[in-house]
Write a protein that binds this ligand. Structure first.
Ligand code: A3P
Length: 309
């Protein structure tokens, strides 16, 4: 992956994704049945993709079925990034490809809310937003960049330097607090269409959150479904667990994307814990980043404090 950043309308973009993002904003036409998964990178995107795919398609693919698509393909294949679809079709618009996708289409973005296509912001389509404690995001990102950087690209930027940049808001699709605040505001204004989730909530009560997701997406679990086996929601959670997902061949050896963005699927599975920042940050660094985040979010009604285990 190419990780050079460029600032545009207040947000940092991976340079090779800026043109595709603008093409997406200008030409994508949402269907009322579309489901958009919006996340900040390293906040659990891969996990959310798997969970929502299972919830939405559980009628066709029982979560306990050993031929379930997520046991032979990556969540990134099941739920593509919309900006990557545009990236692969910059010279010819991906219209036909997107038009042929059966409803409900599930598509992912990291795009800030204000840079989404107008039809997504204004139509009845559902947006599920997932973010995470910025301290854990930074640690996750640091390990991720280390894993995906090309061989022979020299030594890693020291963590302290990456930390300073992050505190200045310099991160793909960031500043992270502005990305979060944009979706938070929208979820307060339009709770029927925009659902705001944190990785920490998902970890603490995965089954409960999956039930809430299903209800939000208009396909709540029935009592009957919940009474079968260990319960449909619990079966989905088990299928999408870190251990299960990590062991799938497509997630061990596969890649997704191409061109400027080709990613090893294995790089998306690391520890999956809340509070791993403690192994990398001094209490002083944590206090500094927390203070920045709380200051930036002040008045929004959103706070990231109090998530620690
Ligand atoms: P860590 O690096 O802290 O372990 P994204 O998918 O947005 O890139 O986020 C990656 C983060 O989600 C990584 O966090 C990864 O380990 C974690 N993750 C991936 N799959 C997961 C799963 N099934 N359950 C919980 N966490 C998961």
């Amino acid at each position: 992956g190419d990780l050079r950043l460029r600032k545009y309308e207040g947000f940092w973009y991976l340079e090779h994704l800026l043109a595709p993002t603008l093409a997406m904003r200008d030409t994508f036409v949402a269907r009322p049945t579309d489901i958009i998964l919006a996340t900040t990178p390293k906040s659990g995107t891969t996990w959310l993709k798997a969970l929502v795919f299972c919830v939405v398609h559980r009628g066709r693919h029982a979560p306990a079925d050993e031929r379930h698509p997520l046991l032979s393909s990556s969540p990134h294949d099941a739920v593509p990034f919309l900006h990557s679809i545009y990236e692969n079709h910059l010279s010819a618009p991906p219209g036909p490809l997107l038009e042929e996708m059966p409803s409900p289409r599930i598509l992912a973005v990291h795009t800030p809310f204000t840079a989404l296509p107008a039809s997504v912001r204004e139509s009845a389509c559902r947006v599920v937003y997932l973010c995470r404690d910025p301290k854990d995001v930074l640690v996750s990102l640091y390990h991720y960049v280390d894993k995906i950087r090309p061989e022979g690209s020299g030594t890693m930027t020291p963590f302290a330097e990456a930390f300073d940049l992050f505190c200045d808001g310099v991160v793909a699709f960031g500043p992270m607090w502005d990305n979060m605040a944009g979706y938070w505001k929208e979820s307060v204004a339009r709770p029927e269409e925009v659902m705001f989730l944190r990785y920490e909530d998902l970890k603490e009560d995965t089954v409960g959150t999956v039930r809430r997701l299903a209800a939000f997406l208009g396909c709540p679990f029935t009592d009957e479904e919940e009474a079968e086996g260990s319960g449909a929601a619990a079966e989905i959670v088990a299928l999408c667990s870190m251990d299960k997902m990590r062991s799938v061949q497509a997630n061990r050896d596969g890649t997704h994307g191409n061109g400027g963005s080709c990613f090893k699927n294995s790089a998306f599975f690391r520890k999956g814990e809340v509070g791993d920042w403690k192994a990398h940050m001094t209490p002083e660094m944590a206090r500094r980043l927390d203070a920045i985040v709380e200051e930036k979010l002040r008045g929004s009604g959103l706070s990231m404090i109090g998530n620690d285990p």
